[in-house]
Structure formats: structure tokens, C-alpha cells
Write a protein that binds this ligand. Structure first.
Ligand code: ADP
Length: 488
């Protein structure tokens, strides 16, 4: 791996401002999924180091929180600028350990940095409230204060952005943070820490603990009373376990867990727009995102045309290593991921689905999978209820809007959904009927630093991104918040 700045390749954990190895010298291998090449041996930390890190993070939080919001913002802006200055190196590191094409890695670095930029500004606007008082001689004030030490556990599919978007708001608010990145992709996390150190984030305020002992280190983060908030992105079973573990010390938790996103294409949709949307949503990161289109429901009247156009688009994808020219799809993360995609495909075909293109591993190497389209998929197949996490588009045919909505909602997941239509009445009906926190209407770009995550029900018209491509199509993202009481 060739970096302009080789000092961004770090192999020790970053705790309380020091780069530390595990006391016994224990380390684990980080490999390139495209080649199997060993990239680094990284410190494999354990329980004691985690406890120490949490205690030190608590010690350093006070002075950090006591700084003015502007002082914190200046450091965050500097961190953002250093990340963008080193975008190429960070992208190479990410592609080496994760496999995604360089263009996607570069995009992720900028996307992650945009959260740091955004929250640096938000830090300066953490206003309180003075409310009408129930008594003439009393006053009621709302004061926003940092919650305390925050722990973040992140996955491998977005090795930079999942960290940036958890850490930036916490640091902006005056909290200190301990991140446990995925054991598959620790190098991106450590490089972020190296740049944070250069930006002047004080020792102990931002820590990265690398480990293969996820249950031990994560368990300590979830049960240690000093940690006041745990933010997790990953699988549903681990999320549920962490929520249970957090209950004893009554921590706040933020969970982004599995998805089974429906992508509905109605007869009246703009076909080209829908194809562009599904290509981005389904095949980005080789299908390894939690908001990936998992079930593509296509109405009778447009089904054949949609399948034919999608096939053309998929045949244009290029599978390969991140450093090959024009590559669009890298390898899957590991053997288990390949096995799972294969199992779902075999089950679907055994139950009657047809392979329109692709259909198996790719000759490029052990972890590559050919971009695939399955037609004639139905609910009896495992692929309907399980997250694919691979480059397989499963096409379901439906006749009525009612059937589509009912099928779409027939899952335990409620993360993301998409639909394409040009009928305004339908757009409102289906937006509200889809039982999902995020609904992309004629637009598959669901996440952005500007979007609220849990604040409001929001409908934002997209007036820029797609305007040139689809001048007659209204596109929007609707983020829903489940409320149990009006005052919440
Ligand atoms: P995935 O299947 O996407 O790898 P995981 O939920 O297994 O999803 O992993 C997401 C993150 O959770 C990773 O950082 C992983 O190391 C961590 N993790 C896995 N098991 C546990 C656990 N028992 N406790 C805490 N963190 C865990």
C-alpha cells in the first residue's frame, strides 16, 4: 500500500493521547479482501485497557466540555480540513482493508467529513430555552449539557463515515468518545485518530480501541457506569444484546440495526430514474449497506421493461480490485458474506426464481461475487425476509398498490424504503403507509449530514441533485419519527 503520508497507517490503539499496544503484545491481522494480503497487525486490546480508557475519557471530559463551543468548533473544522487534505490516503487505506472501489472510498471520506463540518457549526448553536413559567416569581430554563462519556461501536461497511457521524456530534456537544471499530477495518479508524490528534483534539477526548474481543470490550462499554451513552451500528442481534446490557446502568442508546428495504417501482414511474436509483441503492458497496434495496417490487405493467433495463445497467458494472480502472464493484468483506449470498441465491432458485444475469462467484477471486439479478422471486424464499448484503437484485412482481404496500411492510425491519411514482396522490398515500423510518421518493440518497436523524418528521423537496436528470419529477426524502405522545 502506497500512501503519500505513511504515518497515517497506524497499528496501535489510540487511548488518552497515546498510541498503545496490548500489554502481552497480542495483535490481529487485517487483510485486503480482494487479495487476502496481510496489511497490518493491529493491537488486540482487552478488558483492562477498555476500563482504563473509559476512566481517562471521563477525566478529560470536564475540561473539554468547559471550553467554549467556538473553541471546540475550531478544532473540529481543523480535523475536517485535515481529513479532506488527506482524502486520497484515507481512501486508499479504506479500499485496501474494505475492498470498495476508490471512487466510493473517496466519496465516503468526504461524506464522513461533512458530518464533522456540520456539527462543528451546530456546536455553536446549542441554544437552550426559557419557557413561560407557571408562577410569577419563578423561571423555567432548559439548559443543554453534554451527557458524559460516549461509546461508539461501528461496522466495517462504512469504516470512516459511521465513526465520523457518531463522533462529530458528541465532540461538538462537549462529550468525550471511545470508538470500537470493526475488527475487519480498524485502519480507517486509527487514521482518523491520527488526524484528530494533529487537529488538536485533547488527549483522552477521542479514543480508538482496536480488538477482536468484541463481546468483552463492547460488553464493558455497555455495562460500565461511567459510559452514559452507547451508539451502535451493526447487526440486530448484537444491537439487542447491547440494549439489554445498557439497561442496568440506564444508558441512552442509539441503534442503527439491520434493514430489509423495499424498493417499489410503480407503472407510472420514470423508468430511467428508477433504474439509476436502484443501481445506486442496490449495488453500491457491492450491496453491503443497511439501507440497500433488498426487495425490488415492480408493478406488472413496467416489470419486463424494468428487468430488461436493469440487466443492461448491471452488465455495465465492472468487478475488480479498487485500484483497477473504472471498477464499480469490489469483493465482499469475508468468506461468511459470500456463503450467505450463495445460500440465499440457491434457496431462491430451488424455489423457482430465475437468474437473469450473474448468479455466482466471480473469477476475480475468492471473495468476489458477480452482480446478479433474480426474477420471479416470492415471499416463500428466504431472500424475502433476510438481509442479502451482497450484489443480488431480487425482483418481485405485483399488481396493485395495496399488495405492494402490504408486501413492503411484511418484515420485522423498519429502517429504509424507496418508491418511484409520478402520481402525487399515490406519493402521499404510499409515503404514509410505508412503515419505515426513512422513505425515499424518486430519490435513493437517504442519508446526509443535513438530514435530521430523530428530530422531526421531515419532507424535503430535492431541488438540486436530480433536477437536471428529471426535471418533471418531484423527489423527496421523508424521515419519520415514531411518537407515543404529542409532547414527546
Ligand atoms: P456485522 O454482521 O455487520 O459484522 P456485527 O453486529 O457483528 O455486524 O458487528 C458490528 C460491530 O459490532 C463490530 O464493531 C463488531 O465487532 C461489534 N460486535 C460484534 N459482536 C459484539 C458484541 N457481542 N458486543 C459488542 N460489540 C460487538
Amino acid at each position: 500500500m502506497i500512501l503519500n503520508d505513511p504515518s497515517l497507517l497506524r497499528t496501535k490503539s489510540f487511548i488518552n493521547g497515546h498510541w498503545v499496544a496490548e500489554k502481552s503484545g497480542k495483535s490481529f491481522k487485517v487483510t485486503n479482501p480482494a487479495t487476502g494480503e496481510i496489511l497490518a497487525h493491529v493491537a488486540d486490546m482487552g478488558l483492562l485497557a477498555t476500563r482504563d480508557a473509559i476512566a481517562e475519557a471521563a477525566d478529560t471530559m470536564g475540561p473539554w466540555a468547559a471550553r467554549t463551543a467556538k473553541e471546540r468548533a475550531v478544532i473540529l473544522h481543523k480535523w475536517h480540513d485535515l481529513i479532506m487534505d488527506n482524502q486520497d490516503d484515507l481512501a486508499v487505506l479504506m479500499s485496501e482493508e474494505q475492498g470498495k472501489p476508490l471512487a466510493e472510498s473517496r466519496g465516503e471520506i468526504a461524506y464522513g467529513a461533512s458530518y464533522i463540518d456540520w456539527y462543528a457549526e451546530e456546536a455553536r448553536r446549542i441554544y437552550g430555552d426559557i419557557m413561560p413559567s407557571p408562577a410569577a416569581d419563578k423561571r423555567v430554563l432548559v439548559l443543554k449539557q453534554p451527557i458524559g462519556v460516549v461509546a461508539a461501536i461501528t461496522p466495517w461497511n462504512f469504516p470512516n463515515a459511521m465513526i465520523a457521524r457518531k463522533v462529530a456530534p458528541a465532540l461538538a456537544a462537549g462529550c468525550s468518545v471511545i470508538v470500537k471499530p470493526s475488527e475487519e477495518t480498524p485502519l480507517s479508524a486509527l487514521a482518523l485518530a491520527a488526524l484528530g490528534e494533529r487537529a488538536g483534539i485533547p488527549a483522552g477526548v477521542f479514543n480508538v480501541i482496536t480488538t477482536t474481543a468484541a463481546a468483552t470490550v463492547g460488553g464493558e462499554m455497555a455495562t460500565n457506569p461511567v459510559v452514559r451513552k452507547l451508539s451502535f451500528t451493526g447487526s440486530t442481534p448484537v444491537g439487542k444484546l447491547l440494549m439489554k446490557q445498557c439497561a442496568d446502568t440506564v444508558k441512552k442508546v442509539s441503534m442503527e440495526l439491520g434493514g430489509n428495504a423495499p424498493f417499489i417501482v410503480f407503472d407510472d414511474a420514470d423508468l430511467d430514474l428508477a433504474i439509476a436509483g436502484v443501481m445506486a441503492s442496490k449495488y453500491r458497496n457491492s450491496g453491503q449497506t443497511c439501507v440497500c434495496a433488498n426487495r425490488i417490487l415492480v408493478q406488472d405493467g413496467i416489470y419486463d421493461a424494468f428487468a430488461a433495463s436493469l440487466k443492461q445497467a448491471v452488465l455495465g458494472l465492472k468487478v475488480g480490485s479498487y485500484d483497477e480502472e473504472n471498477v464499480t464493484n469490489g469483493p465482499l468483506i469475508n468468506r461468511a458474506a459470500v456463503n450467505k449470498v450463495e445460500r440465499l441465491l440457491e434457496d431462491a432458485v430451488a424455489k423457482g426464481a430465475k437468474i437473469l444475469t450473474g448468479g455466482g462467484r466471480h473469477h476475480k477471486g475468492a471473495l468476489y461475487f458477480t452482480p446478479t439479478i433474480l426474477t420471479g422471486v416470492n415471499r416463500e424464499m428466504d431472500i424475502f425476509s433476510e438481509e442479502i448484503f451482497g450484489p443480488v437484485a431480487a425482483l418481485y412482481r405485483f399488481d396493485s398498490e395495496e399488495t405492494a404496500v402490504e408486501m413492503a411492510n411484511d418484515t420485522i425491519y423498519g429502517l429504509a424504503s424507496y418508491f418511484y411514482s409520478n402520481d402525487m396522490a399515490r406519493i402521499w398515500r404510499v409515503s404514509e403507509a410505508l412503515d419505515y423510518g426513512m422513505v425515499g421518493v424518486n430519490w435513493s440518497g437517504l442519508t446526509n449530514a443535513l438530514f435530521p436523524t430523530k428530530r422531526h418528521r421531515l419532507a424535503g423537496l430535492n431541488s438540486r441533485g436530480l433536477a437536471a436528470r428529471a426535471q418533471n419529477t418531484a423527489s423527496m426524502i421523508i424521515l419519520k419519527l415514531n411518537i407515543s405522545a404529542l409532547a414527546e
